[in-house]
Design a protein around this ligand. Sequence first.
Ligand SMILES: Cc1cc2nc3c(=O)[nH]c(=O)nc-3n(C[C@H](O)[C@H](O)[C@H](O)COP(=O)(O)OP(=O)(O)OC[C@H]3O[C@@H](n4cnc5c(N)ncnc54)[C@H](O)[C@@H]3O)c2cc1C
Length: 441
Amino acid sequence: MLLSNWNNYPRIEAKLEDLRTEGQALQMLEMNRYCIPRGLGRSYGDCSMNRFVISTPKFCRFISMDSNRGILECEAGASLEHILRVIIPRGWFLPVTPGTSHVTLGGAIASDVHGKNHHLHGAFGSHVLDLRLLTPRGDILNCSRDKDHDIFEAVCGGMGLLGLILSARIRLVPLESVFIRQKTLPAKDLDELMGFFQEYQAGTYSVAWMDCLQKGKKLGRGLFMLGEHCRAGEAPHAELLPPATGGARLPFTPPCRALTNPGIKAFNSLYYTLNSRRKGRSVTDLKSFFYPLDGLRDWNQLYGPQGFLQYQFVLPRCSSGAGLQKILQHIHSFGLHPYLAVLKLLGPGQGPLSFPMPGYTLALDFPIRAGLFSLLNTLDRVVLNLGGRIYLAKDARMQKDMLWQGYPRIKEFLNLKKRLDPENKLSSLQSRRLGICQNPY
Ligand SMILES: Cc1cc2nc3c(=O)[nH]c(=O)nc-3n(C[C@H](O)[C@H](O)[C@H](O)COP(=O)(O)OP(=O)(O)OC[C@H]3O[C@@H](n4cnc5c(N)ncnc54)[C@H](O)[C@@H]3O)c2cc1C
């Protein structure tokens, strides 16, 4: 089949085989010379792509749930959406969640995903108690912070290259209601936007939408959003109902890119103005706050058949202000604007290939068109010179030096790779492009 991840770039011919049982997992690893695990393909790029792919979403049994202590164990293919349906009615929530619930437990661990609370609560891996890993040699390792600590840390963010995560136990957080108290603050420029992150850094969830089409005095203007879980007494109703599943589908497949620069500029201005007027406090539900894009199931098709790239980088806190300005200026000078820009504050990272570091991360969605790769190469230099790095789960094009300089613990990872997978059996298009694996495609 023709395979691509969420951003529809790149696309390759691949053979996908559904994993249903642990026994099959071993057989698949034995039978296929080079392969990579894949969850729901919500990464933007080629990290879960290879000619042979172990598809995990059907490997999704719930193994145990301790409703008193909030500890859940499931197979790696279980989706966060499914997990939420089980845990919310029991009064628990995910300690960390990305901006979509359509990712698997294995994918969330392998990318060590972060949420809007990273500055306080760390990434997904910080809440994994232990996991079972099938190595390419056929061993099943039970790893945790106490046992095989180095492997455990490296698997969180290890992009599926050290072994197939079979199952994991995660610690949940208590939930009193399915509502979020949200505060929205308009920021007239980048300084004000970053000032809000600083001022509200004790707040649980924070995120900002940025209007990247503005220049001059309005450069980096945006909307800062802060969220806290409502206590039981504050919520509009007391029932613990999980977010509604599914979402509307596009009524047609756009023949070419449906989004255009003038359209986005008009939308951004309207969005900013309306939300600036409505600024202040509101109460919203979990889906609207955490998963706003899950309401339109195939929004990625709006970018048309050529797909899009998400460029997500992090800059150390000390260089973030000047760095973000530089990045926005380069974007303007190339005349290629992102259609969506989301800014978050991160805290320290954990594993050798985990993305987070204390600083600001900006995620930019660009339609693929002439000049884009050249712009992103220019942005790479800014990011690298300022001590930042690119998120591997959002990467489809960076070159080897971005990995080797941006992730200073790469050698640690490669030593583990040599130990657990000396033949580089687990490899992706990305791992070959970045020089982690040298084997042929
Ligand atoms: C709308 C949207 C919003 C997002 N928001 C965020 C966000 O806020 N924060 C964030 O961090 N990310 C975010 N992401 C990215 C997404 O959370 C990650 O890319 C996640 O890893 C995708 O999980 P998946 O199950 O789809 O895995 P895939 O995309 O299929 O694979 C991702 C990686 O996990 C590996 N993998 C998958 N399953 C296993 C397994 N069982 N064992 C070993 N390795 C495995 C794959 O080999 C690959 O390297 C977002 C994505 C979308 C589409």
